[in-house]
Design a protein around this ligand. Structure first.
Ligand code: 5AD
Ligand code: SF4
Length: 456
């Protein structure tokens, strides 16, 4: 096994990207080395997403492409193994192995430690599967090999699984029960990242704000994380409206290095739809939570997830989603047409009765409205000062850098002498619905920027 190479391709959420870094570490530990591209790898892994049908379809297309890659390699006398990891592995299981010889190895999200053994099994010409879900696995002791984030920003996973059972969502079935990683191992990982020069961590989980481990709440964890390095930004994703106590909001407000940005998925703006979705809040409850967030964190930036065309959604209920979004004026929204998933409560109990064209039309309506809101919100930023953490070179020009504000807005500005990892104070000079342009003022730091804002 020692001189084999591997390549991992990742789809889906940030959690999947974090998991791929754990798999990377498990393989490196066993002496496998990283290949630059699938065509030259001895083992190809595809880390998959099941959340909507189109996410799965993309994976099937890639698997077909990998089959042709493998045929070409065989002609050269070299073998290749293809493995499916993640949520689809859990959902489709053995069916992968039956289907058109696309896959040799199927590994669910809680079985990554078993990959080296499974690879040995495959080497003997057999196929191998481990899709066991666990009540305890958090990979707490594995230090991920960082492949994303440019040495500036890193994901730290703090909990796994989800117990919420929203009626539309397949995640509780693919990722299993909710479990929190012990606080010391999380804080140790953040300390280590700080020592290695990282400037930002994102605490990850399907439902981070229900984190609870041996008496440590999410608010406690965030507070302790924020004390490790005052120059390290702390972000978190993703959260659920049911767990936002005031003490958590206060910690976010009070600690300068905790970013004032909350992703708070509403899913719908109508209370009956929310009830069918098994979301434990009403439209009014959600809106008063938003009010409370804005009272306790006046400069907070908010984003959401929305589903259009859920089972039985009437035109009027869709209008309630439009008006909720218009009312909150989110800075960012991830918007999706409902995609029925097997095993979920909605699949068992409700009919997927909204025609595809109607789902798509409603989706376009909320997207259009949201783009106008973002454009308006971003226009208000012109003239404002922000502290940007530089992430890298802008996609458009080598002469420009890009980075994010505390409020998670992407900003582009002239490179000058700045480098990735620098904090730069900027003045916003232009905007669109997606990005801000700025004039760099000077290199700064969280401590300096915050102190001058307070005294100004
Ligand atoms: N169809 C469409 N969107 C979905 N999401 C989850 N399940 C589905 C589904 N079946 C969306 C939700 C969730 C986000 C990660 O994906 O909005 O918050
Ligand atoms: Fe996709 Fe959800 Fe699985 Fe992430 S957890 S990979 S979004 S299905």
């Amino acid at each position: 096994m020692e001189n084999r190479t591997f390549f991992i391709e990742t789809y889906g959420c940030q959690m999947n990207f974090a998991d791929s870094e754990i798999v990377n570490s498990i393989l490196a530990e066993r002496g496998l080395s990283h290949a630059e591209e699938p065509e030259t790898a001895d083992v190809i892994f595809i880390n998959t997403c099941s959340i909507r049908d189109n996410a799965e379809r993309r994976v099937w297309d890639r698997l077909k492409y990998f089959r042709s890659v493998r045929r070409n390699r065989r002609k050269e006398g070299k073998d290749q193994v293809v493995g499916v990891l993640g949520c689809m592995a859990e959902r489709i299981r053995e069916k992968f192995l039956e289907k058109e010889k696309l896959v040799d190895l199927v590994v669910g999200p809680d079985a990554y430690r078993d990959i080296p053994r499974l690879l040995d099994e495959v080497t003997d010409g057999r196929k191998a599967v481990n899709v066991l879900l666990s009540l305890e696995e958090t990979y707490a002791d594995i230090t991920p090999v960082r492949t994303t984030g440019n040495g500036v920003s890193a994901f730290v996973s703090i909990m796994r699984g989800c117990d919420n059972m929203c009626s539309f969502c397949v995640v509780p079935f693919t990722r299993g029960r909710e479990r929190s990683r012990d606080a010391e191992s999380i804080l140790g990982e953040i300390r280590d990242l700080s020592e290695r020069g990282y400037k930002e961590v994102t605490l990850l989980g399907q439902n981070v704000n229900s984190y609870s481990a041996e008496g440590v709440s999410f608010a406690d964890l965030m507070y302790r994380a924020s004390l490790i390095d005052p120059e390290m930004r702390i972000r978190f994703s993703t959260s659920h409206p049911k767990d936002f106590p005031d003490d958590l909001l206060r910690v976010i407000h009070e600690q300068n290095n905790i970013c004032k940005y909350i992703h708070i998925p509403a899913q719908s703006g109508n209370s009956d739809v929310l009830k069918r979705m098994r979301r434990p809040y009403t439209r009014e409850g959600y809106l008063s939570l938003i009010d409370n967030m804005r009272t306790l964190i006046p400069d907070v930036s908010l984003s959401t997830d929305i589903i259009t065309g859920f089972c039985g959604e009437t035109e009027e209920q869709h209008q309630d989603t439009m008006s909720l979004m218009a009312n909150v004026e989110y800075d960012l929204a991830y918007m999706f047409a409902y995609s029925e998933r097997e095993r979920t409560l909605a699949h068992r109990k409700y009919e997927d009765d909204i025609p595809e064209e109607v789902k798509k039309r409603r989706l376009s309506e909320i997207i259009e409205q949201q783009m106008a809101i973002q454009e308006k919100n971003n226009l208000k930023e012109i003239g404002e000062r922000h502290l940007v953490l530089v992430e890298g070179t802008s996609k458009r020009s080598d002469e420009q850098l890009c980075g994010r504000t505390d409020t998670n807005k992407m900003v582009i500005f002239d490179r000058k002498d700045f480098e990735p990892g620098d904090y730069v104070e900027v003045e916003i000079t232009g905007s669109s619905s997606a990005t801000l342009r700025a004039r760099p003022v000077k290199k700064s730091s969280i401590t300096e920027f915050y102190n001058q804002t307070v005294t100004a």
